[in-house]
Design a protein around this ligand. Structure first.
Ligand SMILES: NC(=O)c1ccc[n+]([C@@H]2O[C@H](COP(=O)([O-])OP(=O)(O)OC[C@H]3O[C@@H](n4cnc5c(N)ncnc54)[C@H](O)[C@@H]3O)[C@@H](O)[C@H]2O)c1
Length: 250
């Protein structure tokens, strides 16, 4: 994968940071994109300390102008991006009957509009090169989850979006797949513990008992699956949803 340019959104921390570090270790130059450029510094430093190449980019993936400017800057400073990981995502949990318009709209904006805007901006570089890899981050919550009507709708939606990308862009040598993690230890699940008024350790213990491999996931687990899907060898795998969940979900 040496010489490829990758963009990872939401890469200042959590799964995005783990993925950026992994793709850089695979030989890619990585645009580390998040809301604030300064917040990307730690991920960039980790990549550079390991001998890799990275660029910090500040942009809100739900804003058309910011997405356009970010992608143009990445193309100018790193080169044509042909790997895109749409990872940035948020939760605004509430039971549906008391979910506000703002809670609904903000999650749709980041988790669904964001990947659409990013993919639309990047696909031209992929089609020009007749090679591309898109990975969208779904979730086990896409199967339905109490208190997450907004989030579940975006994650089920991203899977339909992914399959459509696979059909529309396949003839240009571009694959599109989704990775659907279950519980991964990040700030997002830490905030979940706070909302549930329990310690993160207790929440981890609760989930561990339900997960066949008897542990929760780490960002590196998701990054490893993404590394495969964006690799040269995965060119015949497209339109799939790969669960990274420590076991089957039913
Ligand atoms: N942690 C889990 O258990 C889990 C499980 C399934 C799916 N996911 C998904 O994985 C992805 C990453 O989750 P995480 O746990 O690392 O979350 P996180 O909250 O730790 O990190 C998310 C990152 O996205 C950034 N971000 C948020 N809104 C943005 C925007 N508008 N533009 C650009 N960047 C933005 C945040 O600043 C943050 O750095 C999300 O799509 C999430 O839905 C997480």
């Amino acid at each position: 994968m040496s010489g490829r340019i990758a963009i990872v959104t939401g890469a200042a921390r959590g799964i995005g940071a783990g993925t950026a570090v992994r793709l850089a270790a695979d030989g890619m130059a990585v645009a580390v994109l998040d809301l604030n450029e300064a917040d990307c510094a730690a991920t960039v430093k980790e990549i550079e300390n390991a001998g890799g190449k990275a660029l910090a980019v500040g942009a809100d993936v739900s804003k058309t102008d910011q997405v356009h400017a970010a992608v143009e800057r990445i193309a100018a400073e790193l080169g044509a991006p042909t790997v895109l990981v749409n990872n940035a995502g948020i939760t605004r949990d509430a039971m549906m009957f008391k979910m506000t318009d703002e809670q609904w709209d903000s999650v749709i904006a980041v988790n669904l509009r964001g990947p659409f805007l990013m993919t639309r901006a990047v696909q031209k570089y992929m089609t020009e090169q007749t090679w591309g890899r898109i990975v969208n981050i779904s979730s086990s919550s896409g199967l339905g989850n109490r208190g997450q009507a907004n989030y579940a709708a975006t994650k089920a939606g991203i899977e339909g979006f992914t399959k459509t990308l696979a059909k529309e862009l396949g003839k240009f040598g571009i694959t599109a797949n989704a990775v659907a993690p279950h519980f991964i230890a990040t700030d997002m699940t830490s905030a979940m513990a706070t909302n549930l008024k329990m310690s993160f350790e207790d929440l981890v213990e609760t989930y561990k008992k339900q997960i066949p491999v008897n542990r929760v996931g780490q960002p590196a687990d998701v990054a490893a699956a993404i590394s495969f899907l964006v690799g040269e060898d995965a060119g015949f795998v497209s339109g799939q949803v790969l669960y990274v969940a420590g076991g089957p979900l039913c």
